[in-house]
Structure formats: C-alpha cells, structure tokens
Ligand binder design. Structure first.
Ligand SMILES: [Zn+2]
Length: 270
C-alpha cells in the first residue's frame, strides 16, 4: 500500500467520524435547548455551526455574509485555476496531471453559486414544504454535476447526470443545517473511494500528491471550522477559509506537479 492509499483511507475515516460527530452534537445541542438548559456541554463543535450548518459571519446580510464573500472569492479562485490550466497547456502537462485543476474550475464555480443562493434564501424565510420545487431540484443537480464530473472524469455525461440526480434527490431531504456536512461527506467519500479504485499502474507520485495535498486538507479544515467558529473564525470570515482551502490546495498541487513533471522530462531528455 502506498502513501496515497493511506491518505485516502484516512480521508474516508475522517469524513465518516466528522459526520457522526456533527449529527450527535446537534442532537445533544437540541436536547439541551429542549431541557431549557442554557449551557451547551459539547465544546468540540461550535454552536454557530450546529445552528446554521456553517460558520457564518454577517448572516443577515445578503451581500456581506460569509456565503456572499465565498461566492466572490470562489469566482476569483476560479480565475486563478483557469490561469493554472492555461499555464499547464503552455507547458504541455498531461491531462491526467491537470485533471484536478481543469475539472475543479466548474465545480468550484458551482460551489460559489450555491453559497450565494444559500446566503440569499437564508435571509428570507423558507418553509420546508417549499424546499422541494423544480428550481431547487435543477440547481441542486447542476451543483452536484460539477463535482461528480470532476471526480468521475472517465464516465459519460449521462452517467454524471444520473449520479448527480441520485445525490441531489437525497440532498433535498437533508435538513439545511446538515447541508454542509452532507456535501463534504459525499464529496470526500466519492473522491477518495474513486481514487483508491484506480489501477495500481495509475497510482503514481501525482496520485499521492493529490491525495495528500488536495483531499486531506479539506477534512482537516472542516474540523477547524467546526471547532474554532465560536471563538475565532466567526470574527474573521467564517466559512470563507474553508472555501479558500480547496483552490489553494489545488494550486499548490499544480505548482509541485508541474515542477516534478518538468524535472522528469528534463531528466529523460538528458
Ligand atoms: Zn463552501
């Protein structure tokens, strides 16, 4: 077993533990409220995260909440990822190495749009029965399509649509405060399990690089957001830091992958 495999297995275990802790903490938090006890005993997960599902600064502002700022920053990072894509083409990097960069541009843009929509609708009251509507189903499928396409790059667009529709169907029934946990858990499970299922000959140093630099940090930042929200993060942007971590990890992956590839091709030419 190589380091990349170990990293991906740890990502899966971490994602499942995170989902379980959030679920149990929410039940515990709501039990305290139900018993009219003011003190929330479990300090592992911030109460703001349990109530809102994210760490949200300025939650009543349409334009300056963490959701809105995530959208602005995600669009900016999509541009940087696009610049990496152009640079990769210029340096003739193989498509397999460029996949995490190329396919995450659309996925991250969809992530940003989703944040803006969540931020917008959370400033107006939405009754539960209105959650299952044609527009919600369509945007959820579009949101998941970007991620599913990025993870299962070898499948056809029909298979991407089928998988996205299936995940979106369950997403509709997930309470809003568990939405972030649902998205993170599904994404990390699918991405790591798909990477683990690659053939042995496809698991090169770039596979390990992606596992360690792109997959692992997402799960760690999830914990940091949940643990430090009430004390630190909510004063400095909240969930924005989580959104920054994903493209920054991909850009770091790209810089290292490009350096390794160029060094190798130069060695082969000698
Ligand atoms: Zn986000």
């Amino acid at each position: 077993m190589i380091i990349g495999d170990i990293a991906n297995i740890l990502v899966i275990i971490n994602a499942l533990i995170y989902a379980g802790v959030i679920l149990l903490s929410t039940i515990s938090y709501e039990t305290f409220l139900y018993n009219e006890r003011n003190e929330y005993g479990n300090k592992l997960i911030s109460s703001n995260v349990l109530v809102d599902g994210f760490c949200i600064t300025n939650k009543h502002s349409v334009w300056w909440s963490s959701h809105a700022i995530c959208f602005y920053i995600d669009v900016f990072f999509c541009y940087l990822l696009y610049r990496c894509k152009v640079d990769g083409i210029r340096n003739k990097l193989p498509a397999t190495i460029m996949e995490p960069v190329n396919l995450n541009i659309m996925a991250h843009f969809g992530h940003g749009i989703a944040h803006f929509i969540i931020g917008y609708v959370s400033t107006i009251t939405i009754e539960n029965h209105k959650r299952i509507s044609i527009s919600n189903i369509v945007w959820l499928i579009l949101f998941w399509y970007g991620f599913v396409r990025a993870i299962f790059s070898k499948l056809s667009w029909k298979e991407h649509v089928s998988i996205s529709t299936g995940i979106s169907f369950f997403h509709l029934y997930v309470p809003i405060r568990f939405g972030f946990t649902y998205v993170q858990t599904i994404l990390l499970l699918l991405a790591s399990a798909n990477d683990l299922s690659l053939k042995k000959e496809d698991k090169d140093c770039f596979y390990t690089l992606k596992a360690c630099i792109v997959n692992v940090p997402i799960g760690i930042v999830g914990w940091l957001e949940a643990y430090t929200c009430d004390s630190v993060l909510i004063y400095i942007g909240g969930h924005v830091w989580y959104d920054c971590t994903i493209p920054i990890s991909i850009i770091i992956y790209y810089i290292i992958a490009k350096t390794l590839y160029i060094e190798r091709t130069m060695y082969w030419r000698l």
